[in-house]
Design a protein. Structure first.
Length: 522
């Protein structure tokens, strides 16, 4: 796809150009943990924390109900380990298996808490849309606290002791885009203050892992939390962190740290099992031989998953064959893409065509969807428009999913086509490359690396910067300070070029688009 180039030539410095184009404030990149808002600003934080403390003092049985993605696993771990650090031993976890369970609270979890005679259930990274099952739990006389970060309809507020969710309309916490693990961390920080307990530095690391994995906006508090990890790396300790750093390549700079965070979330994304067991979470919790055994399980699964990801390119070519740009919905009726990879496949396609993508797959008697979106389009709003055909839906603006009865597929396609058509002009307007800075090739130096380091971590709403580079000549030494091999492959036989490059999270540069320097690039 040929994309428009947008850039502005000016005399400002490299870093100043990037911050200006993002309409950010330089001071926003200097904020620290001590600048975080008070957790009491969360609606229901005080009442939820008090109920948990009562359970600790009365030795009540607590079950943490998580979600089986890295955000949910880390959210479960942070709260679970904090309760352990308080000397408490009567707490359990349950992670549903997305391969066999629908999203949210299901009958098998209710059977579990009945069997073990739970007194208090705490959900993390989910629960806000499970109001019907929550009513069933209430009827059992089991108290429930929901911590979540997903959007929900105001009229469907679950009836629980507490709903701790920044997206509540009556929540005064100023930052609304925390990951599920971010909400879990804020609960732990508040509990620690009330109980005069330590908040381990490792909790911030695992919050960074879950937040990066969930692709929440890397702005505001999310940026502060991850940046704290990068700046205080040597202060992080813990058996799991120490174990992983011992088996990985040396970590020398912030880009190595980001690579390690990415490796960590890809690792613990594996390990799904039945009965609420998750080997990724067990790896985080267990010690000694048990930690080693669970690491072997999830590492083996990770390697198999990566092999499957390598095959996605074949499916992408097939999916895009004949696509006319009218809203891509692909129904994997031949069962070629494994269920855990449909979201990844959708993401790859979005990055290729800069349009929203929906991939549907049948499981049991229902159709499941993973949707990913380009700039200027909200898959969550699209699903809301189509909600009459759906059982349930949820997620974020750029990544959301739903379940649906197969009989409603045609109606869904009609509604989605209507919504897509209403947004098509906005989608087209966002199919461009916006340079965050423009430089002559002669201006490249090691100093630019320091400027880029200042902006880390990159992510949604603080993406890897685009750089318009003028007058690159093949063999130019300056740009080799950043990156070499991929650039040479892209330039092939040609000599002088203008380039649109993108910085990656590992500090390299990749070519996004190339034009001969005598062509108009405005």
């Amino acid at each position: 796809m040929q994309l428009r180039w947008l850039y502005e030539e000016n005399n400002k410095g490299f870093l100043e150009q990037i911050i200006d184009t993002r309409k950010m404030d330089y001071e926003d990149y200097k904020l620290k943990l001590e600048d975080l808002p008070n957790e009491e600003l969360f609606a229901d934080m005080e009442v939820g924390a008090k109920r948990i403390i009562d359970a600790l003092y009365n030795n009540e049985k607590i079950v943490i109900f998580g979600h089986d993605d890295p955000d949910g696993v880390t959210a479960t771990y942070v709260l679970f380990d904090f309760l352990t650090s308080c000397g408490f031993q009567n707490h359990y976890y349950y992670i549903p298996n997305r391969m066999t369970d629908h999203h949210g609270i299901q009958d098998n979890f209710i059977d579990y808490i009945k069997e073990i005679k739970a007194n208090l259930v705490i959900t993390v990274d989910n629960g806000v849309s499970s109001y019907e099952k929550i009513d069933e739990i209430n009827a059992l006389g089991i108290d429930l606290i929901v911590t979540d970060h997903h959007m929900f309809e105001k009229e469907n507020m679950p009836k629980t002791i507490a709903v701790i969710n920044p997206k509540r309309e009556d929540c005064n916490y100023p930052y609304k885009m925390l990951a599920g693990v971010g909400v879990s961390l804020m609960l732990v920080r508040y509990l620690a203050r009330l109980l005069n307990k330590e908040v381990k530095n490792s909790y911030y690391f695992w919050t960074a892992v879950g937040s990066i994995a969930d692709r929440v906006p890397m702005t505001g508090i999310n940026w502060i939390l991850v940046r704290h990890v990068l700046d205080n790396w040597n202060d992080i300790s813990g058996s799991t962190f120490d174990y992983l750093t011992s088996v990985c390549s040396p970590i020398r700079n912030n880009y190595d740290k980001m690579n390690f965070i990415n490796y960590s979330y890809r690792l613990i994304a594996n390990g799904r099992d039945d009965g609420g067991i998750h080997h990724g979470l067990r790896f985080l919790i267990y010690e000694g031989r048990d930690k080693f055994d669970n690491f072997g399980i999830i590492q083996t699964e990770k390697k198999a998953m990566e092999k499957n990801i390598q095959e996605i390119g074949f499916y992408i070519d097939k999916i895009l064959d004949g696509y006319q740009g009218d809203g891509l919905i692909y129904y994997d009726q031949e069962n070629e893409i494994t269920y855990p990879l449909i979201g990844t496949c959708a993401t790859f396609i979005v990055n290729k065509i800069l349009e929203p993508v929906l991939i549907l797959k049948k499981k049991d008697d229902l159709i499941f969807c993973e949707g990913r979106s380009s700039d200027g389009f909200s898959v969550l709003d699209a699903f809301k428009y189509c909600e009459e055909s759906l059982i349930q839906y949820g997620g974020h603006v750029k990544a959301a999913g739903f379940t649906m009865h197969p009989d409603n597929l045609d109606r869904f396609k009609e509604l989605y086509a209507e919504y897509f058509a209403s947004q098509s002009e906005t989608i087209r307007e966002n199919q461009f490359l916006q340079a965050n800075a423009s430089l002559d090739i002669s201006e490249f130096s090691y100093e630019l690396k320091k400027d880029l380091d200042f902006l880390l971590p990159f992510g949604q709403e603080n993406p890897e910067p685009m750089i318009f580079v003028k007058n690159y000549q093949q063999g130019e030494k300056n740009i080799k300070l950043f990156m070499e091999s991929n650039l040479r492959k892209s330039l092939k036989q040609h000599n002088i070029y203008d380039l649109m490059l993108q910085v990656t999270n590992n500090g390299q540069l990749k070519v996004i688009d190339i034009r001969e320097s005598n062509e108009s690039c405005n």
